[in-house]
Write a protein that binds this ligand. Structure first.
Ligand code: FE2
Length: 360
């Protein structure tokens, strides 16, 4: 509830009953004016080019429910409900319920496991997704049917199709176009670094894992990046500002993109991309190529340090879900003659997971 308002030169100060106050600039209020949005679709109809940026309301008042502004040349009053203003009460920023701060893995880290039967209600699914965003990984068990893993993702969002299809089968195949489809060891990597937007979350459902070997190996790219930033700031600078090219090509496709291996925003690490198999060489026309090699070789060595790796054997009926732009994954080699190993995977992008979390 609004207790009082104060008109300033280019803004209005709203004093809330609870004691706090928020300042809302006029131009910003004009921009979020509910009259400027389509009533059904909630999409913006307001055109910023049609107004003076120094626009002033001709009248401001308030009641228990919200703020009332009269804009020049507009017949109807614009009403800003308290609930709408409250959503933006901190520096006009929309509160985002999908915002979850990450926690990097340290010595005591262990993966949280959830059972499907415990996730029948919205609150439990929400708790799982929050944990997934915080740790970058969870394991879901009791997915015993062959299609249970794929169906589970339908509760969360749209699957992302890539050149490997919507679903990809991980077992040793004749004539493989990817090392994952053999029985050799797979070093730590993130998937599809060659894409403009490498997929967000990877869902990997274990259908069978009877072969000898084939343990999953994982490492937290954010923990690696944090340590790098602290211990080797010059290398961190190179890897977070200069791009490396990645490429996948087979008989049907040639997909390429360049990324910085580490992406951060306002000092917060947001993405970690690493795939030595898809990496292209550094350009030698660039006289700083040697500098890049030094930083990149250091990162490769660091990624292989045992202290970052966790390893376990995924059991049939378990599915690991991890952030593919954060968590590096790999597997130990396995003996394809000793038994069957079959994983089925798919991706759901970060924005889909966030949307689900907000709706829950
Ligand atoms: Fe992979």
């Amino acid at each position: 509830v609004i207790r009082d308002i104060e008109r300033h030169i280019d803004s209005v100060l709203v004093q809330w009953e609870q004691g706090a106050s928020s300042s809302f600039p006029f131009i910003w209020l004009k921009d979020i004016d509910p009259l400027g949005f389509h009533p059904q679709t909630q999409e913006r109809l307001f055109d910023l080019t049609k107004i003076d940026l120094n626009i002033q309301p001709s009248n401001i008042s308030f009641n228990e429910q919200g703020l009332i502004l009269q804009w020049p040349d507009i017949e109807d009053e614009s009403f800003y409900a308290c609930s709408l203003l409250k959503q933006y009460s901190t520096q006009c920023q929309l509160v985002d319920s999908a915002e979850v701060a990450y926690k990097s893995w340290h010595d005591s880290f262990s993966i949280t496991k959830f059972t499907v039967s415990s996730m029948s209600d919205a609150a439990a699914l929400k708790a799982m997704l929050k944990k997934l965003k915080q740790d970058g990984i969870v394991i879901v068990s009791e997915l015993v049917g062959e299609f249970d893993g794929g169906n589970f993702g339908d509760n969360i969002g749209f699957k992302r199709e890539t050149n490997f299809g919507v679903m990809f089968e991980v077992f040793n195949k004749p004539d493989p176009n990817n090392l994952a489809y053999t029985d050799v060891e797979l070093p730590l990597h993130t998937d599809l670094a060659n894409q403009e937007l490498p997929p967000g979350y990877q869902f990997l459902h274990c259908i069978k894992n009877d072969a000898q070997g084939g343990e999953s190996v994982l490492a937290d790219g954010f923990a690696i990046a944090e340590d790098l930033r602290e211990q080797e700031p010059a290398f961190y600078e190179v890897l977070s500002t200069r791009k490396m090219g990645f490429r996948f090509h087979d008989k049907n496709y040639d997909i390429r993109y360049c990324h910085t291996l580490i992406k951060e925003e306002s000092g917060v690490i947001k993405e970690f991309i690493f795939n030595a198999h898809l990496a292209q060489t550094v350009s030698f026309e660039d006289d700083r190529a040697f500098e890049y090699y030094r930083a990149y070789q250091h990162l490769m060595t660091r990624i292989r340090q045992q202290k970052y790796a966790i390893s376990f054997k995924l059991k049939a009926g378990e599915m690991m879900i991890f952030d593919n732009r954060r968590v590096l994954h790999g597997r130990k080699g396995f003996d394809a003659t000793s038994g069957e190993r079959h994983l089925r995977g798919y991706y759901i992008d970060r924005t889909e997971v966030d949307s689900c979390l907000r709706k829950l």
